[in-house]
Design a binder for this molecule. Structure first.
Ligand code: NAG
Ligand code: NAG
Ligand code: NAG
Ligand code: NAG
Length: 363
């Protein structure tokens, strides 16, 4: 904690300077990769919050464990990340593994049951908070606001925290005032701005360029703030991974060029269109690249392969943006898709280290 002295005329007040949030995600699918990443492998990191991604729900509002790994050792091992600081450990109530339908139904149905089950779950597994994943637009915004309000009251009684993850694609889908009031943090996953796989797109443009590319981190943040979101609750979640496509034609590779689909899956992570930083960083030296200063993006190309990934430069610009706009901090999605073991030679957990450098924390 830093102490700053603010001089107001003759009065000198000592206040604690707020520390920026560094919310680090761990995806439990990483425990099943051929070269797995376990929570214990994240011990060199020093985040203010860790989010375990995740658990599911049934349509009836019961918590559903998604992998036997979680209860056999994942949840327990995750607790070791509490060690050095007063880091908070969250669990993510995920939408993305069932398209969000179960969570939507559980929230819009008799949500008292889900509220209660979440509270019991957090106590049982010693989590400090829950994050509600609403990166979809298939829900009723009023129902979500009522649910978050109810959950807030319930968790308050047991001293647990609440955050919501939201998508930059659907600003209109949320009751922003209510979320900002009831949630401790709003984690804006500021990447994957388009659901259109038929054209290549930058993963996370910081600024909008032309009328054809109106959605960007900045345009989304501006819209959230204008709608009443509190700056001190907004975290910009950065992607550590690369998004890959196959170009329809080798010589048509500008942003917006036609794609025949996602790029080949990574040898370890095995998901089409997504590569961990450690799976692609060394190969990028064989790629051509194009950087654009307006949108603060870089893409890479080789033959029909087209890849968008954050560089140290684009990350630095986003971190500066967070500081300039006095937002709460950043999220990192996810630690396991970053450079876990310094394969790239620029230091392990590059994204987290850069964030710590810019925020001046834990040095
Ligand atoms: C959705 O809920 C049903 C029961 O309500 C359950 O059988 C199913 O496994 C759930 N799906 C996911 C992906 O959690
Ligand atoms: C991107 O968002 C779309 C929804 O528009 C979703 O279907 C897709 O899974 C997301 N992709 C990634 C890589 O998160
Ligand atoms: C950020 O977005 C707002 C709203 O769209 C816009 O007015 C502003 O010019 C943008 N900033 C930059 C640097 O593009
Ligand atoms: C982690 O961060 C905290 C808070 O900023 C700091 O007190 C601590 O020394 C850091 N630990 C390491 C290992 O850097």
């Amino acid at each position: 904690m830093k102490l700053v002295c603010v001089v107001l005329g003759l009065i000198c007040i000592t206040t604690a300077a707020a520390q920026q949030n560094l919310v680090c995600y761990y995806d439990n699918r990483a425990a099943t990769y051929s070269t797995p990443t376990f929570p214990s492998n994240l011990s060199p990191t020093n985040c203010t919050h860790y989010v375990y991604d995740g658990v599911g729900v049934t349509a009836q509002g019961d918590i559903r464990i998604l992998s036997s790994y979680d209860t056999s050792s994942g949840f327990d091992e995750f607790q070791s990340l509490r060690r050095s600081s007063d880091a908070k450990l969250y669990v993510l109530l995920t939408s993305d593994r069932d398209g969000g339908k179960n969570l939507t139904n559980a929230i819009s149905g008799r949500s008292e049951k889900l509220v209660n089950n979440v509270a019991i779950f957090l106590e049982q597994y010693n989590f400090d908070g829950v994050e509600i994943d609403r990166r979809t637009n298939d829900f009723d915004k009023g129902a979500l606001a009522r649910f978050v309000n109810r959950l807030r009251s319930r968790l308050y009684m047991i001293n647990k925290q609440l955050s919501v993850s939201v998508s930059p694609q659907f600003t209109d889908a949320y009751d922003i005032t209510s979320l900002s009031l009831y949630a401790d943090m709003i984690n804006l996953h500021a990447y994957n701005f388009t659901s259109n796989n038929a054209v290549v797109a930058n993963l996370a443009p910081l600024f909008s360029s032309t009328p054809n590319n109106v959605v960007s981190v900045n345009s989304t943040v501006t819209a959230w703030l204008a709608a009443g979101a509190r700056r001190n609750k907004m975290n910009i979640v950065l992607a550590t991974y690369a998004r890959s496509y196959v170009l329809a034609a080798e010589d048509q590779r500008a942003v917006g060029a036609r794609s025949t689909g996602p790029g080949e899956a990574g040898p370890n992570t095995k998901r089409a269109g997504i590569l961990a930083r450690y799976e692609i960083c060394n190969a990028l030296s064989e790629y051509g690249s194009v950087s654009d200063s307006v949108t603060a993006t870089t893409y890479y190309f080789k033959g029909k392969n087209w890849i968008s990934i954050e560089t140290e430069d684009t990350l630095a610009q986003k971190l500066t943006y967070v500081l300039d706009n006095t937002l709460a901090g950043v999220g990192i999605a996810s630690l396991d898709l970053d450079d876990v073991s310094n394969t790239c030679g620029t230091g392990a957990f590059l994204v987290m280290e850069l964030a710590r450098l810019y925020f001046g924390t834990g040095q």
